[in-house]
Design a binder for this molecule. Structure first.
Ligand code: COA
Length: 214
């Protein structure tokens, strides 16, 4: 199996993905930045090989593993789709300290950071990220291109739709919450006691609507 990988994104999250890729046994061949400003720089010991345009100008990405360090779900999903269109691969990266049930089902390009726990019968869609110290209780479904920030706790039997973002340390309570809607945003530290509609930003304990995204 090819264990060489390139990381997209040179910024505050890059070192986190370097740590993760190394912990998963990958050899990092270099980094790509969103523009050409950093080309040739060395970041945390790895060379910036070029811009995203340089990468996507290659005739094909067949045989290349690429990791996406972007926290923004929309940006990460655009890059994910482009990589697949050009024949590249976004492998799932699961930190060795994460505890993922053998009864969980993971899509492609799922990222699971340090000490996160995923219980049985959880389903996680493509290109979703579970940061560190996240807990996902059994029988919960997480869609595609979601981001679950560190310390969040998601109860059982919850459905989190595509592009949802769950902030740091949020709690989503089993039995009270059925759905976190498409592109919904749950604020840091929220205690979520009701389902959240699509495109809706909630925060607080108990969580209340802050605004609806246009
Ligand atoms: C909820 C959130 C999206 C709101 O951001 P925003 O739309 O810029 O809103 P504002 O900061 O203008 O705050 C609006 C109001 O909500 C309150 N508020 C903001 N975030 C809050 C939160 N997490 N919990 C409780 N209240 C919050 C503010 O105090 C403010 O209240 P006020 O009008 O009485 O002063 C943001 O604060 C948040 O929690 N983001 C999560 C960040 C995160 O977890 N990142 C993960 C990085 S890995």
């Amino acid at each position: 199996m090819n264990k060489e990988i390139y990381i997209l994104g040179v910024g505050h999250n890059t070192s986190v993905y370097i740590d993760l890729a190394e912990a998963c046994g990958y050899e990092i061949k270099g980094l790509y930045h969103y523009n050409g400003d950093r080309t040739g720089d060395i970041e945390h010991g790895y060379r910036v090989l070029g811009s995203f345009d340089d990468l996507f100008s290659l005739p094909s990405l067949v045989g290349m593993n690429l990791a996406l360090s972007q926290g923004d779900n929309a940006i990460r999903s655009q890059l994910f789709d482009k990589i697949l269109q050009k024949g590249g691969r976004v492998p799932s990266l699961i930190h060795p300290t994460a505890q993922v049930s053998r009864f969980a089902q993971l899509g492609n390009g799922v990222v699971i950071h340090i000490n996160t726990v995923v219980h049985p019968d959880v389903i996680i869609g493509d290109n979703s990220v579970l940061s560190y110290n996240v807990s996902i209780s059994h029988s919960t479904t997480i869609g595609n291109h979601c981001y679950i920030a560190f310390g969040a706790m998601i109860g059982a039997y919850v459905t989190i739709a595509d592009f949802a973002f769950i902030g740091i340390g949020a709690n989503i309570i089993s039995g009270k919450v059925d759905t976190i809607g498409y592109n919904a945003y749950v604020g840091a530290g929220a205690l979520v006691t009701h389902s959240v509609e699509k495109n809706t930003v909630v925060a607080g304990a108990p969580a209340r609507i802050i605004r609806v995204k246009s």
